[in-house]
Design a binder for this molecule. Structure first.
Ligand SMILES: Nc1ncnc2c1ncn2[C@@H]1O[C@H](COP(=O)(O)OP(=O)(O)O)[C@@H](O)[C@H]1O
Ligand SMILES: CC(=O)N[C@@H](CCC(=O)OP(=O)(O)O)C(=O)O
Length: 274
């Protein structure tokens, strides 16, 4: 319990844990427990399934390219509404039921995330993603103020477009969590997902990597598919930016966050500097 006392841990909430009410409640109580144990948790949430559902409802096509959602101006309106108005609200409410100190923050607030339109994929090839951004600057003042006041920030990953005042860009939540972890000098980045971790030989389930070096992960990037691409990039960005540990854990397991932070073995896949 001493290891992370007084330390900032950034936790990316996503995957099945977001759509299963019991897993959501377990996550909310884990975050409250961390906070009451003296850790400083910062939550960054995803919302891909919620966005897809709403886009379908309003009849807008949704397509993923290289692990990122192609985002038209119409889709961007939905992304902004769903993340800030629905997903963040539900998560803040769930945490507040256990520890009434959670507060929603959008990446557009007080210059938190500044981004530029993303034009290339993980291999450097040109890709048209519409209003998808890559974070170029983070001003974590608003998040630090929340932490200092004892609050639990719950961050939605919309960014201001640095080249187009008043415009917003859609940011992959894993990448945003990594950028924030670096800017805050977090000790650890934890990302919940729908698999046990990173498989060295996907989809062979016996090839789960408990530990992986940044070099090995970098070499694996071209072999990864779909949502694991931004997740792996996020781990590398966090480690390169000075975060000591980046871990991908199975969010389908209730209380996976607590197990990861408070047990020595942890679980999932841990990427560790050096
Ligand atoms: N090497 C790999 N190891 C694990 N999962 C992988 C790998 N390559 C691709 N994947 C896929 O990446 C998915 C995780 O990404 P995604 O579903 O977008 O996550 P989330 O919704 O939690 O952000 C896994 O469910 C799996 O289908
Ligand atoms: C650019 C991009 O792909 N943005 C994501 C933002 C939400 C997200 O990342 O949610 P998950 O973590 O649940 O996948 C999207 O539109 O789905």
């Amino acid at each position: 319990m001493q290891r992370y006392h007084g330390q900032i841990i950034v936790i990316k909430f996503g995957g099945n844990a977001m759509v299963d009410p019991e897993l959501l409640d377990a996550f909310a109580s884990d975050i409250a427990f961390l906070r009451y144990s003296g850790v400083k948790p910062v939550v960054v949430h995803g919302g891909g399934p919620h966005i897809s559902r709403m886009l379908k409802r309003v009849g807008i096509e949704s397509e993923f390219r290289a692990g990122y959602r192609y985002t038209s101006p119409e889709a961007m309106e939905i992304v902004r509404m769903v993340l800030g108005g629905q997903v963040a609200r539900d998560l803040v409410a769930a945490i507040n039921e256990v520890a009434p100190v959670a507060t929603g923050v959008s990446g557009e607030d007080a210059g938190l995330f500044q981004a530029r339109r993303k034009t290339t994929d993980a291999r450097g090839n040109q890709v048209d993603l519409g209003l998808v951004g890559e974070i170029v600057a983070v001003n974590p003042t608003v998040v630090r103020a929340d932490i200092a006041a004892g609050r639990i920030p719950v961050v939605s990953t919309i960014a201001s477009d640095i080249d187009m005042p008043r415009s917003a860009l859609n940011i992959n939540a894993d990448r945003a969590a990594a950028a924030l972890a670096v800017a805050l000098g977090a000790k650890k980045l934890v990302m919940l997902t729908d698999v046990e971790g990173i498989y060295r030989d996907w989809p062979d389930r016996s090839s789960l990597a408990a530990f992986i070096t940044p070099t090995e992960l970098r070499n694996m990037l071209p072999t990864l598919e779909s949502g694991m691409i931004p997740k792996a990039q996020a781990c590398l960005e966090a480690i390169d930016g000075g975060v000591k540990h980046a871990t991908i854990i199975d969010g389908r397991v209730p209380h996976s966050t607590l197990i990861e932070v408070f047990t020595h073995e942890g679980f999932g896949t841990e990427v560790t500097a050096g």
